[in-house]
Design a binder for this molecule. Structure first.
Ligand SMILES: Cc1ncc(COP(=O)(O)O)c(C=O)c1O
Length: 456
């Protein structure tokens, strides 16, 4: 077994050495950060993009690679927060956009691009009869929740601990330990008081809540994402489906990460379980900003119909200036249509990253360290935990090092591998990442552990 104190002290030394290499390789990024700190709180556009001692500033991205302002090339495992499932700037998307953009970037009227995309999506996503587009995954969850509450005429919402659905008030709770109360300053407790939570992969806890409260909807990421990329136990999602029917709650699958990624029909198709409402984001916009949607059975979606429910207060609101804009619609459609025509990519990628998961664990065994690689397909996380975590709580509680994730992140960076966040080895390779990309990561992972655990 490893001696944790020895490892922590080696990590501290390693961090110092790596920081000086990092400074040498990324001086322009450093300058950029100093400037950015004057204009952005914390020097960044989004806190999750920060890295110690300062972030890398990316100038260009293509395929599986990104280049920084100092000219360094990296293999990217973050892929635009997981939006780029076909790599950065796929030609098929860029070409389609270049054409449509000449005819207007945002029409502000109904347009054929949205209709054509919606029709296509209903053909490939199980149970999707009607859809509405949004500007983000956060928004899509917000509107989906309102719809579920309006449909069931109930107020409680049940989410999963560690589940990340964006910063919308009612879902901005139970994301990080201790998994109670608002996750943000400026968010009064009352705003999250109708949101209940249970650990992932725990059917008993979920049923107990359903027995006690009149729950409008169970909101779940079919594969836990930010909470540690954790796969559902066999039969877990089917149990959620059964219980939600039994207790009259709608089942919402937040497929912002899993959608179009695990399979063309997302997690519903992959696991063979149908939700009542499916929420999309990221890839649905083809890599262009402003991506999101929610949809499901007509019987539920029709509640949004202003022609049927004339009185605005009698229907859940949905809308937004940019929803259904042609850039997003054409980008998304061209991306997803390409995947529809190249379905073999799913089998290839899912098998490549399943082998990768085993290889990570083999390396850990060779160095005799407790660690595991969780996830499904191209959604992966390496956990330095004493046991293999089955939920977000375990992923946190069983960590055996305070610093290893951050030092590994720095090591990966100076060795030309990028992902985010720096405190979690959370990997979202695209469907076009290659065997070489996976080997590059494994080599770096192996050499890191070698450096850390070699006998002194
Ligand atoms: C599962 C899930 N839902 C919702 C969101 C929020 O999406 P957005 O950042 O587009 O608002 C995210 C973002 O990472 C996500 O991972």
């Amino acid at each position: 077994m490893i001696d944790i104190e020895v490892v922590e002290s080696r990590l501290a030394d390693l961090r110092k050495n790596l920081e000086s290499i990092y400074l040498g390789k990324t001086s322009r990024s450093r300058e950029m950060f100093l400037k950015a700190s004057r204009y952005f709180p914390g020097g960044v556009t989004y806190a999750i993009r920060f890295m110690h001692p300062y972030p890398i500033y990316i100038e260009k991205a293509l395929g599986t690679k990104v280049w920084d302002v100092d000219g360094n090339e990296y293999t990217d495992f973050w892929m635009g927060h997981g939006a780029h499932i076909l790599g950065h700037a796929p030609e098929v998307v860029v070409d389609a956009i270049s054409e449509v953009i000449k005819k207007g970037t945002h029409l502000g009227y109904e347009n054929r691009y949205a209709v054509e995309y919606a029709e296509f999506l209903t053909k490939i996503v199980p149970g999707l009869e009607m859809i509405r587009f949004t500007n983000s995954g956060t928004e899509a969850n917000m509107y989906a929740l309102r719809l579920a509450r309006a449909y069931t005429k109930r107020k409680y919402v049940l989410k999963i601990e560690g589940g990340w659905h964006g910063g919308y008030d009612a879902l901005h709770t139970a994301v990080t330990p201790p998994y109670i109360g608002p996750e943000s300053a400026g968010l009064p407790e009352e705003y999250t008081s109708l949101t209940l939570s249970v650990p992932f992969n725990n059917v008993e806890a979920l049923e107990n809540i359903l027995k006690k409260f009149s729950v409008a909807t169970i909101v779940v990421e079919p594969v836990l994402g930010a909470g540690g990329c954790i796969e559902p136990d066999d039969g877990y999602l089917k149990e959620l489906r059964r219980l939600s029917y039994e207790y009259g709650a709608l089942l919402i699958f937040d497929e912002v990460i899993t959608g179009f990624r695990l399979s063309l029909g997302g997690a519903q198709e992959y696991f063979g379980v149908k939700a009542d409402i499916v929420v999309f984001g990221k890839a649905i916009g083809g890599g262009f900003p402003g991506a999101g949607a929610f949809g499901g059975r007509s019987e539920v979606m029709e509640l949004l119909d202003h022609l049927k429910y004339l009185e605005p207060r009698k229907r859940p609101f949905h809308g937004g200036t940019f929803v259904g804009n042609p850039v997003n619609m054409v980008a998304g459609y061209s991306l997803i249509k390409y995947l529809y025509e190249h379905r073999y990519l799913y089998e290839k990628a899912n098998s490549l990253w399943s082998i990768f998961k085993n290889d990570v664990e083999k390396i850990c065994q060779e160095y005799r360290i407790p660690c595991s690689c969780t996830g499904v397909g191209t959604i992966l996380c390496i956990h330095f935990t004493k046991i293999r975590p089955r939920n977000a709580r375990e992923a946190q509680e069983y960590r055996w090092s305070r610093t290893i994730e951050k030092v590994f992140h720095l090591y990966a960076r100076v060795n030309n591998i990028l992902y985010l966040p720096e405190y979690q080895v959370h990997l979202l390779p695209s469907l076009i990442h290659t065997v070489d990309d996976s080997k590059q990561f494994l080599k770096i992972f192996d050499s890191f552990l070698h450096m850390l655990l070699k006998k002194s």
